[in-house]
Design a protein around this ligand. Structure first.
Ligand code: AMP
Length: 602
């Protein structure tokens, strides 16, 4: 039977997935890209372009290119492209056809049936328009499913116990949050909220505005008035935004952006993550408020929520996970590629329709958070032993992340990098993995040097950690192995209980070992000056000799332990404890310290 495919027909990007060997698999195009930009265009020679080609053309010929057609689905608004007029269904059909051809190329067979996802808030009319687009593309749309349902499905939620899930989906152009209830395997969207005009494009725009303002201040030229310069700026801003998800800085370097008095003008600026975060903070806050509204509408509180799942490319921005965790107390799950998770979920639904056995999606993730010890000042009081997380728990691996830190004291010349693994806010309460010293840090005011700490976590759990002084370029690194999963509290309790009731096999005391030990004891006895100790040792040797005749193994074992302890004390190299017995020697030293020491031990 031919495969049923799963399709995420997105506002910004679209993907197609199948079930392969029991697991969701996203199909790539001939260039190896799994993400198809939802752009359609006509070339100068009249050919239809879809995906990246159309996206590239948008910069030079926006009048021949259509983007974000999903926003018009279910309306009667037509769009113009290359002098012709098209319905939204037709444009969507061109994207679907492109995906279908990609899948046919990969599978080597016809693709005729599909499950397509739509936002949970889509009306019947919008759903019908999507179904029609499928038909126009030559696809029998066997199911239309909600995007958050698809995301929940790919996280294996249909197999687990009843639960409530929040799906937070922030893509390029839209934000949706859905509260989902899973009851006896039935997935139901209880409420949905969102903002159809909020997404990664707005974050790019915020950065573009900042850059254009800076350029204007410097050169008195507004790049926003030049379409081409603006398009370049937009691209550069998006690239920088993506970099800032993993690195603390991003360099924007655009040459020949404008001219002034016949001289070319360039834009070269380094953007810090903290600056970018301040530009988008308000927008993210509005998504948090949407989550609260969705919860209220579903008549639930955070206590009822079992997990929060992230979908959509923009959720890779670390500020989003941070703000979700700060506001709701749950670290969101994002280990399945947020760009692909809806398409993968659609393929799970397709597999269910086709009656296939589907395995859980397995992703290698970091089992614990990884970070370093830091210190801070609270007014004039140092707060030491704080834990700063660089890679969060449950991040898909391999992964590389950097953060920037600074010095704690004026003229500080070196920085100690102590690496920990765990979830506790106090660094030393976590598992210590290793440390190193970055020397020759620029000597200056405290808080001025920028030390970039980079964690590179590979597929085998090996972490390469480096620290670099941004100004001097001085760098040092180590490699550590992230520890395997430790026992859960429940596992530990069970193990303690089991061990407590275990009867240990008693190893018999070997006559040979006992004889050797007695020989050693006799030798010590002969050289011992302290009479009291000598008598104690002699009595013990004699008792052991007697027990050896009776073969009372348990008692013999106990006495062997006592003798070993005593010999250990008497033979102690430093002679500390022997001093206890050789009182005279201690008194002879005449040192008050020795006297005290002896006194405390007696
Ligand atoms: P989607 O609509 O889900 O495909 O998401 C597309 C949006 O995600 C675009 O605005 C991208 O710029 C954005 N995006 C993709 N990767 C990242 C990343 N690593 N950090 C921030 N935004 C990203």
């Amino acid at each position: 039977m031919n495969q049923i495919v799963g399709i995420d027909l997105g506002t910004t990007n679209s993907e197609i997935a199948i079930i392969k060997e029991g697991r969701p698999f996203v199909i790539a195009d001939s260039e190896g890209s799994k993400i198809v930009p939802s752009f359609v265009g006509t070339s100068l020679t009249g050919e239809i372009l879809v995906g990246e080609l159309a996206q590239n053309q948008y910069i030079i010929a926006p009048e021949n290119t259509i983007k974000s057609i999903k926003r018009k689905m279910g309306t009667d608004q037509k769009v113009e492209m290359g002098g012709d007029s098209y319905t939204p269904q037709e444009i969507s059909a061109l994207i679907l056809k492109h995906l279908k051809v990609m899948a046919e190329g990969y599978l080597g067979e016809k693709v005729e049936k599909a499950v397509i996802t739509v936002p949970a808030y889509f009306t019947d009319k919008q759903r019908q328009a999507t179904k029609d687009a499928g038909e126009i593309a030559g696809l029998d749309v066997v199911r239309i499913i909600n995007e958050p349902t698809a995301a929940a499905l790919v996280y294996g939620s249909n197999r687990e116990e009843d639960q409530n899930i929040i799906v937070y989906d922030l893509g390029g152009g839209t934000f949706d949050v859905s509260v989902i209830e899973i009851n006896s395997g039935v997935i139901e969207v209880r409420s949905t909220r969102g903002d159809a005009q909020l997404g990664g494009d707005d974050f790019d725009h915020a950065l573009v505005e900042y850059l254009a303002d800076e350029f204007n201040k410097q050169h008195q030229i507004d790049l926003r008035e030049d379409r081409k310069a603006l398009a370049r700026l937009n691209r550069a801003a998006e690239k920088a935004k993506v970099r800032l998800s993993n690195e603390p800085f991003a360099l924007i370097d655009e040459e020949f952006l404008a001219t002034k008095d016949d001289a070319p003008l360039h834009l070269k600026v380094e953007v810090e993550r903290s600056l970018f975060e301040s530009l988008i903070q308000e927008k993210i806050q509005s998504t948090i408020e949407c989550v609260q509204e969705a919860l209220q509408e579903a008549s639930l509180t955070m206590e009822d929520i079992d997990r929060i799942i992230l979908a959509g490319g923009s959720t890779r921005i670390p500020l989003i996970s941070d703000m979700i965790e700060d506001n709701f107390g749950i670290a969101p799950r994002s280990e399945i590629d947020p760009d692909l998770c809806v398409a993968m979920g659609a393929s799970v639904q397709a597999g269910i329709v086709a009656g296939e056995d589907i395995d859980t999606v397995l992703v290698d993730v970091t089992p614990h958070s990884l970070g370093i010890e830091v210190a801070d000042w609270l007014i004039d009081r140092p707060i030491l032993d704080q834990y700063s997380v660089i890679i969060r728990r449950n991040t898909a691996i391999p992964v590389t992340k950097s953060e920037v830190y600074t010095t704690f004291s004026p003229d500080q010349e070196q920085a100690s990098i102590r690496v920990y693994q765990g979830e506790e806010p106090i660094a030393s309460h976590n598992t210590f993995l290793g440390e190193f010293l970055l020397e020759k840090v620029e000597r200056t005011k405290k808080g001025r040097p920028e030390i970039v700490v980079n964690f590179d976590y590979d597929i085998n759990g090996i972490v390469h950690i480096s620290a670099r002084d941004k100004k001097t370029g001085k760098k040092k690194q180590i490699t550590v192995a992230a520890c395997a999963e430790t026992l859960s509290d429940e596992q530990k309790e069970q193990a303690t209980e089991r061990i407590a009731h275990t009867e240990f096999y008693q190893e018999e005391v070997s006559v040979q070992a006992m004889t050797a030990l007695l020989e050693r004891a006799n030798k010590v006895c002969q050289t011992l000056k302290n009479e009291e100790a000598k008598i104690e040792l002699q009595e013990l040797i004699s008792e052991i000799n007697q027990i050896m005749q009776t073969e009372e193994q348990q008692r013999l074992g106990e006495l062997q332990e006592v003798l070993l302890d005593l010999l250990y004390d008497l033979e102690d190299e430093d002679g500390d404890d022997e001093d206890d017995y050789n009182d005279e020697e201690v008194q002879n030293t005449g040192s008050p310290e020795d006297g005290n020491h002896s006194g405390s031990n007696s």
